[in-house]
Design a protein around this ligand. Sequence first.
Ligand code: HEM
Length: 452
Amino acid sequence: MATTSTIPPKKASAIPTAPGALPVLGHALQLLRDPLDFVCGLARYGELVRVRLGNHPVVVVCDPELTRRLLLDDRTFDKVGPIYQRSRDVVGTGLAGCPHSGHRRQRRLCQPSFHPHRIPEYAPHFTAAAEHRMASWQDGQVIDVSGELMTMTMRSSVAAMFAAEIPHRVERLLLADLTTLLNGSFRQIISPTVLNRLPTRANRRYQLATERFGRTLREIIDHRRTDRTGPSDLLASLLGAVAPEDPDGRPVLTDQEISDQLRTFFVAGTETTAATLGWALHLLSRHPRVQSTLQAEADAVLGGSPPTAADLPALRTTANVVTETLRIYPPAWMLTRETTRPVVLGGHAFPTASTVAWSPYLLHHRADFYPEPERFDPQRWSDRKPDRTTFIPFGGGPRKCIGDQFALTQATLALAALAARWRFTPVAGPPVKPVAKSTLTPRGLRLRVNRR
Ligand code: HEM
């Protein structure tokens, strides 16, 4: 047992079960109907609360300290079990989904690509993608926010990964296939394999896009291997990744590994960042005063020019809006681990192969840490730094998001670029409802854009 306490632990079966479980379904209906409300409500039953998905018990951690313990001990609370196996089958064995056994090597090799000193190299691509997208908007137009921001974020990630050197035709293919992959991967992960193999139109489209996306990535890697004079981008950094223990400093990632990592970065980084920006615009459109403050900051700091990495320290309000958006709508709202050995957490003994869930959404909405948690108030962050125990949009511990600075820079620069040129207002229609699948998205959000 991984504990030194002298108090004998209680059995995991003594953990309170959330009320309302149905025979066979367990809490599945509540989770499907209103997952966010259901998850937030769990904290009132204790630090650890048991729910049932069908017959499968899952313990949800509702306490920040216990969540941190779980995140720090990634050997015991590992990314194994059926959910991760399915996700590896669907999206490959990149850094985000690999088990602890392969994680440290992959992380060491990928880390230099995301080192803070590299971020300014990627920044011009973030701004250029925002400028490119805005150029197609008309004054007074109603835009499909999620669609627009997905395109912007994908384009910006493609550019940061491969600099500007891929032909437009190849870029178009990558964007089209990535859209199909992102739209289909959640369904592929949760559906039984046998359903995924049926020759339906959706399955065939997904399969074709997966194959072509992999082929395109391998061709780009191949081309770069033969021409090492290419630009300094994320791909160059992965191609040059060396094992620190190798005195000759030989590159070690195979083409397949690089392709898997690139795919992981696209999948892990695109929808999450697009959702953050989408929620930010949604909140700003409903809080015109905050929007005006943001615009005043963009005017004062940028003076009509596109934002650059050098502007980041002065874009304080913009950064606070991003932080507050990530608190209210953390895109990775709920995640799971499986225990690889018996362990004690919160005074309860968990056997091997227990499923444990943790939720940034739940912690971010606890009124004892964030008074009036539903209120959008970027000012909360003006004299308070995000705390790594109660503010965890990027997770924590050894599996913390490798792209956190990449994403924060991308979101802050894009938001400053948008705020400098446009005003966003709500349009009549049903209230925007968060769609909580693998990512928490404002699907269907439409806003009117007016040139400033
Ligand atoms: C706002 C945007 C983003 C959010 C909210 C986010 C959130 C997260 C979270 C919560 C985790 C931890 C998952 C876990 O512990 O189970 C994670 C891991 C990861 N993220 Fe992000 N992410 C974002 C953007 C990005 C970007 C832009 C990239 C890459 C370009 C990226 C790549 C990854 C990778 C590779 C991992 C796995 C790290 C590891 O296991 O060592 N993410 N992300």
